[in-house]
Design a protein around this ligand. Structure first.
Ligand code: NAD
Length: 432
């Protein structure tokens, strides 16, 4: 089957490459000419483990192509996936301009039956909007509307796509269900559960899932706060909670708040969606409030451990919103970076993949070549993202290059007792 993937970002590129790996004939389209030129010359514009190999393999096999020519891609393909960005507007609602533009292009260029599949995260009702746009502009050809939300995580996107917990298909008719079942047949064969439903329910499943995960993170961050006030250890509390199968141990890791391109955007979109229907989604509103407070409180934690920050030098380890990605959108590490600069500290920073993206938004920073170079001459070190290479630092070497032995570990990578015994001033999150 011929598939057109519109939008070749984190989701579109991974989905396109993986569907090609399933044997589909995929053409990935993007309006960003430099991105397409890079991909055509074999360069992957994002950092995502395993992506380069799967793209190269399927390009060589002739199943994966890149183009800016949306018209001919639409004409050639049966299924058109929409995987464009849906960034938040100032009021928290998602900006659907790109989705609308693609729907208009589909209406303009379709030359027969098409299954129009939304992979982008969109509010309930967007499928209906796409249907209206196409129907108004093209009454000639049949088409189906499908919502197929994506649950991959940056940093493990390829393996998440190839081994998902479930596939959600919200379809307007049976023909579309059959198209989608054919596309995802390799996952059906490995017994992946399929949730087949209507378009609106599928759209809501994505917000409900991300909303619930965000609630879990804010919940444990509030428990961490209580632990700090009461002298308890959040890791023991989280383990004691998580072993209860009704709760589960995942997403109970405290830290500097959630970030990335999904949770902040999707929680505010879910709150906005509820408001538009005259309802206040109170748990989500509280989750966002707790997250904003959690992020803002990290600078106080740093100040409490390191003293007044003006004139001091910070070594900031980690810039991406999580390990194994170069994505810094809404990264808590970036809010720490900005807060350090506003407090008058000089910042030396290091990240294995996200320096280039950070350089584009924060120039007044010394970008180091590794963790030890970053720590050289620093008054304190902040671990903001738990990359593996920050998990086993040579603490003696670190203390030799730093001015003072102070660590603020926002990801609770190190053992407070070991650090204190080694003569460090150490602050974690929720550790007594
Ligand atoms: P992204 O910004 O990395 O990529 C979007 C791409 O779409 C860009 O390359 C952009 O140039 C392109 N684009 C925009 N308008 C276009 C048009 N009219 N024609 C062709 N190309 C166009 O975004 P992303 O992170 O891949 O996210 C895409 C969607 O998937 C969003 O709705 C997001 O919420 C959702 N999602 C993201 C993740 C994630 O982890 N990043 C996970 C699940 C779902």
């Amino acid at each position: 089957m011929k598939i057109c993937m519109v939008g070749t970002g984190y989701v579109g590129l991974v989905t396109g490459a993986c569907l090609a790996d399933f044997g589909m004939d995929v053409v990935c389209v993007d309006k960003d000419e430099s991105k397409i030129a890079a991909l055509q010359s074999g360069r992957i514009p994002i950092y995502e483990p395993g992506l380069e190999a799967i793209v190269a393999k399927n390009e060589r096999a002739g199943r994966l192509r890149f183009t800016t020519d949306l018209k001919s891609a639409i004409e050639q393909c049966l299924a058109i996936f929409i995987a464009v960005g849906t960034p938040p507007k100032a009021d928290g609602s998602p900006d659907l301009t790109f989705v609308r533009q693609v729907a208009e292009s589909i209406a303009l260029h379709m030359n027969g039956y098409k299954a129009v599949v939304t992979k982008s995260t969109v509010p309930t009702g967007t499928g209906r909007m796409i249907e209206q746009i196409i129907r108004e502009k093209n009454g000639k050809h049949e088409f189906s509307i499908v919502s197929n939300p994506e649950f991959l995580r940056e940093g493990s996107a390829v393996s998440d796509f190839l081994r998902p917990d479930r596939i959600v298909i919200g379809a307007s008719d049976q023909r579309a269900v059959e198209v989608m079942q054919e596309i995802y047949n390799p996952l059906y064969l490995i017994e992946t559960p399929f949730v087949i439903t209507d378009v609106a329910s599928a759209e809501l499943i994505k917000y409900a899932s991300n909303g619930f995960l965000a609630v879990k993170i804010s919940f444990i961050n509030e428990i961490a706060r209580l632990c700090e006030l009461m002298g308890a250890d959040v890791h023991d509390v989280a383990r004691g909670m998580g072993l209860d199968k009704r709760i589960g141990g995942k997403f109970l890791h405290p830290g500097p708040g959630f970030g990335g391109s999904c949770f902040p955007k999707d929680t505010s979109a879910a709150a906005d969606l509820a408001r538009q229907h005259g309802y206040t989604f109170r748990i989500i509103e509280a989750t966002m409030e707790v997250n904003a407070e959690t992020k803002a409180r990290m600078i106080e934690k740093i100040e409490a451990a390191a003293g007044p920050l003006r004139g001091k030098t910070a070594a900031l380890l980690g810039l991406s919103f999580k390990p194994e990605t170069d994505d810094i959108r809404e990264s808590p590490a970036i809010s720490v970076l900005k807060d350090l600069l506003s407090a008058g500290a000089a910042v030396r920073a290091f990240d294995p993949a996200a320096i280039e993206n950070t350089r584009a938004i924060a120039g007044d920073v010394h970008y180091a070549t590794d963790a030890y170079d970053c720590a050289a001459g620093a008054d304190f070190v902040v671990i903001a993202t738990e990359w593996n290479e920050f998990r086993a630092l040579d603490i003696d070497r670190l203390s030799r290059v730093m001015k003072a032995r102070t660590m603020i570990d926002l990801r609770n990578v190190y053992d407070p007792k070991v650090m204190k015994d080694a003569g460090w001033t150490y602050a974690g999150v929720g550790r007594g």
